[in-house]
Design a protein around this ligand. Structure first.
Ligand SMILES: C[S@@+](CC[C@H](N)C(=O)[O-])C[C@H]1O[C@@H](n2cnc3c(N)ncnc32)[C@H](O)[C@@H]1O
Ligand SMILES: Nc1nc2[nH]cc(C(=O)O)c2c(=O)[nH]1
Ligand code: SF4
Ligand SMILES: [Mg+2]
Length: 181
């Protein structure tokens, strides 16, 4: 059984796959307490993999996004394999502090200041930018590096930083801009 906060169908609003339809599986609970966290994730119900898969199968898209809370606290090889057997492309949004199942198709890592990274493979880095030092995150091998404004409040600050440091790209939370889940 895995503790699920919500399962919903929307478009990926952030990062490399922004605009792609996806089923979001939001796991409950987190090992960090970021003061800027935009998500209520503490409430949850225990669900069997069978019930989670049945809910995921209701939607026609291929992409599934594991998020939370911290999904790395809840998932294993068996869960990722079941999603693959259902024909899904498995993405994860993680703070990077957990070792993850190797077969996940796309790892979005959003490291938080002062934490130790245990994630072994990253596809994209996506930092919530609040003026902190971010250049050290470029040492993590990844296909793309994004800075995301905090709650859509400091977008122009992020744009200015990216223009000075053009390895970074802008991630807008488009779901917030167009008021969808
Ligand atoms: C809610 S977290 C869940 C996954 C995981 N715990 C993590 O932090 O990556 C999903 C994404 O939202 C980002 N995020 C959280 N609060 C935010 C905020 N106020 N503004 C912009 N992005 C935020 C996180 O950095 C992460 O990339
Ligand atoms: N549309 C939409 N895209 C997202 N990308 C990452 C999200 C998350 O909360 O992890 C999220 C979310 O909550 N909604
Ligand atoms: S790690 Fe992610 S879910 Fe946990 S508190 Fe920070 S932003 Fe929220
Ligand atoms: Mg969100």
């Amino acid at each position: 059984m895995r503790k699920i906060n919500e399962i919903f169908y929307s478009l990926q609003g952030e990062g490399f796959h922004a605009g792609t339809p996806a089923v979001f599986i939001r796991f409950s609970g987190c090992n960090l307490k970021c003061d800027f966290c935009d998500t209520q994730h503490e409430q949850g119900v225990l669900m069997s993999d069978e019930d989670i898969l049945a809910e995921v199968r209701r939607y026609p898209c291929r992409m599934v996004i594991l998020t939370g809370g911290e999904p790395g606290l809840w998932i294993d090889d068996c869960f990722v394999e079941a999603l693959h057997e259902a024909g899904k492309y498995v993405c994860i949004e993680t703070n990077g502090t957990c070792v993850l199942p190797k077969e996940i198709d796309w790892v979005t890592c959003s490291p938080k200041q002062g934490t130790k990274l245990r994630v072994e493979r990253v596809d994209e880095i996506k930092i919530v930018y609040q003026g902190q030092e971010v250049e050290s995150y470029l040492q993590i091998p990844a296909s793309a590096y994004f800075l995301q404004p905090c709650s859509c409040t400091n977008t122009l600050e992020v744009v200015d930083y990216i223009k000075l440091h053009p390895v970074w790209r802008l991630s807008l939370q488009i779901h917030k801009l167009i008021a969808i889940p």
